[in-house]
Design a protein around this ligand. Structure first.
Ligand SMILES: C[S@@+](CC[C@H](N)C(=O)[O-])C[C@H]1O[C@@H](n2cnc3c(N)ncnc32)[C@H](O)[C@@H]1O
Length: 275
């Protein structure tokens, strides 16, 4: 197993994921005790690389250096106009936030139309969503953003210190690996008013034939409302004819939670109410 991990970490695009994370992925995909020949070794190496690409690197449009540079400028900037431009540029660095750049304020308006202004927000698999929060439309809340990747989390933390003074919201970033068996224990236990699970169900259920991991997350997370989104375009970038996820709607019905739905640009959203 060590050989595979070393091989993966040699690649520049995966090295920053860290040894522990790569190890957990190899463990998850590693179903035979011994890799008896080179072919099996290569096949597993490919499987792990595909997985890391599809669940992580594919979303990172710009490199870490660029984000660091932009964040550094944000933290020093005194001009509202410049800050707006820098936020827009940093949101461009991740595929999901790039798509939403122009629609964030509409998205938040739609989400919070029927939800009382929250005090505690959890964003699971947050990516760089934190940089959209100045557009959320209210202040005085605490945001917890969880994602894999130490450096991303460090940046979230640096930003949330700055945002407290500048925009009136604070919080922290927490590193998490949803592929670890007991990952859920790391999620803070306090009650959240809203939990975002944006474009994350497919990541949670990656490699499975069922949606048990998403279901487990939805039932276990201590949140009144959970906002779950899915892309409305296929991998080949075709608009889906029917983007609603039947499996998800049936699951929520079976769990007897309330649900509402809306679509915006290339994404569809479910708001699940557990109370
Ligand atoms: C499609 S992106 C969604 C990001 C964000 N929710 C958004 O919509 O802007 C998927 C996110 O899952 C994160 N991710 C991948 N594997 C993960 C894991 N094992 N544990 C936690 N997060 C993970 C990636 O880093 C990435 O930020």
């Amino acid at each position: 197993m060590d050989e595979i991990i070393d091989e993966i970490l040699k690649s520049k695009k995966f090295s920053r994921l860290g040894k522990n994370y790569v190890k957990s992925v190899v463990k998850q995909l590693y179903d035979s005790e011994e890799l008896s020949n080179k072919k099996e070794f290569k096949a597993l190496l490919k499987k792990v690389k595909d997985f890391l690409h599809k669940t992580y690197t594919v979303y990172q449009i710009s490199n870490q250096k660029k984000k660091e540079y932009l964040l550094g400028k944000i933290l020093k900037s005194k001009s509202d106009e410049e800050l707006e431009e820098l936020h827009s540029k940093i949101l461009h660095c991740h595929s999901s936030t790039r798509e939403r750049k122009e629609i964030y304020s509409d998205m938040y308006e739609e989400i919070f139309r029927n939800i009382k202004q929250p005090k505690h927000l959890l964003d699971f698999g947050c990516g760089i969503n934190v940089f959209s929060l100045p557009q959320i439309g209210f202040k005085n809340f605490e945001y917890i953003g969880m994602d894999t990747g130490k450096e991303d989390v460090k940046q979230i933390n640096a930003y949330l210190k700055f945002s407290k003074k500048k925009y009136g919201f604070s919080g922290k970033g927490i590193e998490i690996n949803a592929f670890e068996k007991y990952y859920f224990k790391q999620i803070p236990k306090n009650k959240f008013d809203v939990c975002f699970l944006l474009k994350m169900a497919d990541v949670l259920d990656y490699g499975r034939r069922d949606h048990k991991k998403t279901e487990e997350f939805i039932t276990k997370v201590n949140a009144k409302n959970i906002v779950v989104s899915f892309p409305t375009r296929t991998i080949s970038n075709r608009k889906m004819n029917n983007p609603r996820r039947n499996w998800f709607e049936l699951m929520i019905k079976r769990l007897k939670y309330k649900i509402s739905y809306f679509e915006l640009y290339n994404e569809c959203f479910y708001i699940v109410n557990k109370n």
